[in-house]
Design a protein around this ligand. Structure first.
Ligand code: BES
Ligand code: MN
Ligand code: ZN
Length: 494
């Protein structure tokens, strides 16, 4: 993890320094002062490199004065400046081979966001690499942000650091291979979040059977690994009528996650090519747990619960067969026509349980639910399905504010068009519609287990894993949803 610190901007005289330069080449006072000390070396380098300060433009000076390196990064036109998170991200990429770096920033908010972006972009998962040579490794270990009000910057960073921790926690879960991260291991890691002040309950197969979680259990029954459900609670809202002790959750916001630690498809088995991707079929659950860690870590003034259904979907002699009928926790019976449409079976029970137990104000589920959402939206937007316009708007705004965008998709009322496709000749509902509109019928299936509560479903199948690097996210597990849910929760804090 990148070590972050803040200090007063007494410019160091050596080492590696990052300077931000706005388009037009006008240097800020401290940068102009440094240029003078270096006898105009900065200006000369800018000219020689045709550096004008355009957004994202970079120029580096090697060994000017006693410095090892000075990196100039363009911040673009002052009217539409680059996001500080992205500048931080760009700095750690350019200087990955250095050990320690200082960045000069101005306002505390900018300094904090820059550090946040740097930390997110510097994420690495290297625990299984034992033969990497030193010259193949990133070395960057510490980043010091030099800023006039270091105390204010540090205070602003504190909340962001809790979010960064949530993102890292989720990325670790999503990246772990499925032989290591089975449902029990996932639950154990979630239990570790107790140290942040979260209440964590773990349900095993006995408890789930007793509750009657028939659709969730139908997915896990072919696996040698036991299922789990984890319930996390964060009591952060101030309730006037209650003392400190024995505080009760009051209409919390509820986050529900699909946690299929590996999805082979079951008896409706998937083709071999690309099946390894299904280790990240628990990214919805990962995001829920990471978001709860973020809320607790920054002591958010909100009541929130996170519930994740954790199963492994395997074919075996005990696996569910196509055509099997099972009874869900809601009481509805489900005809399972395709055992690869398993995420919705897991969510059906957990969604119903969440609303029954917690009477949530809003329910939001996250799931890598369908390949069809990737066909529809690619890797730019997650799909948003909701029975409530106000909730849809809040989520869309939250997503846009943290670069985790959502695109709203259709959802119809029970008994209408897409929903009708789910009527079964033998049970109350079947788990697949026709091939057409696959993401929509999947959402419609979930809606059958929502009791009229304001609810939204985010299909994040196209967003959970990135094939290439981006501004604050290295390729691999993105932890999409953690920042979005955190921003959404902010909307409920007084
Ligand atoms: N986990 C998959 C969806 C998925 C596919 C996520 C590709 C990420 C990348 C889900 O369980 C699934 O298999 N869905 C089926 C549904 C179908 C059988 C109705 C699908 O999308 O093909
Ligand atoms: Mn599947
Ligand atoms: Zn799946």
């Amino acid at each position: 993890m990148l070590e972050i610190s803040f200090a007063k901007p007494e410019l160091p005289e050596d080492g590696v320094l990052v300077l931000l330069v706005a388009e037009g080449g006008e240097l800020s006072a401290p940068v102009a002062g440094l240029d003078k000390k270096l006898k105009g070396a900065l200006k000369r380098a800018m000219e020689a490199a045709e550096f004008s300060g355009k957004k994202g433009q970079q120029a580096s000076l090697l060994a000017p004065g006693l410095y090892r390196k000075i990196l100039l990064i363009g911040t673009g036109k002052p009217a539409a400046p680059a996001k500080p998170e992205e500048l931080g991200g760009a700095a750690v990429v350019a200087l990955a081979r250095e050990v320690a770096v200082s960045v000069l920033a101005e306002a505390p908010e900018q300094a904090a966001k820059l550090a946040f972006g740097a930390r997110l972009r510097a994420y690495r998962f290297e625990k299984y690499r034992t033969t990497q040579k030193p010259d193949e490794k990133a070395k960057l270990a510490s980043l010091t942000v030099l800023t006039p009000d270091a105390t204010a910057a540090e205070a602003a960073y504190k909340a962001l650091a809790a979010v960064a921790h949530g993102v890292e926690f989720t990325r670790d879960l999503v990246t772990e291979p499925a032989n290591i991260l089975h449902p029990e291991a996932f639950a154990d890691r979630a239990e570790g979040l107790k140290k942040l002040g979260l209440k964590v309950e773990v349900f095993g197969p006995k408890e789930l059977e007793k509750l009657g979680f028939g659709t969730l259990l139908s997915v896990s029954q072919g696996s040698a690994r036991e299922p789990r459900m984890v319930v996390l609670q964060w009591h952060g809202a101030a309730h006037e009528e209650e003392g400190k002790k024995g505080r009760k959750l009051h209409e919390p916001i509820a986050f529900i996650g699909k946690g299929v630690t590996f999805d082979t498809g079951g008896i409706s088995i998937k083709p071999a090519a690309g099946m390894e991707d299904m280790k990240w079929d628990m990214a919805g659950a990962g995001a829920v747990v990471g978001a709860m860690a973020a809320l607790a870590g920054r002591k958010a003034k909100v009541d929130a619960v996170g519930l994740v259904g954790l199963v492994e979907n395997m074919p075996s002699g005990t696996a569910t067969r196509p055509g099997d009928v099972v009874k869900s926790y809601s009481g509805q019976t489900v005809e399972i026509l395709n055992t690869d449409a398993e995420g919705r079976l897991v969510l059906a029970d957990v969604l119903y349980y969440a609303q029954q137990r917690f009477n949530p104000k809003y329910m939001v589920d996250l799931a890598t639910l369908t390949g069809a959402i990737i066909t529809g939206l690619g890797h730019e937007y997650a799909g948003l399905f909701s029975n409530d316009d106000a909730l849809a708007e809040k989520l869309t705004a939250a997503g846009a504010s943290v670069d985790e965008p959502l695109w709203r998709m259709p959802l119809v009322k029970l008994g209408e068009s897409y929903d009708k496709e789910l009527n079964s000749p033998i049970a109350d509902v079947k788990n697949i519609g026709s091939r057409a509109g696959g993401s929509i019928t999947a959402a419609q299936f979930l809606q059958r287990f929502v009791n009229g509560k304001p609810w939204a479903h985010l299909d994040i199948a196209g967003m959970a894993w990135a094939a290439k690097d981006s501004a604050v996210t290295p390729k691999g597990a993105t932890a999409y949803g953690v920042r979005l849910l955190d921003a959404f929760a902010r909307g409920f804090e007084g």
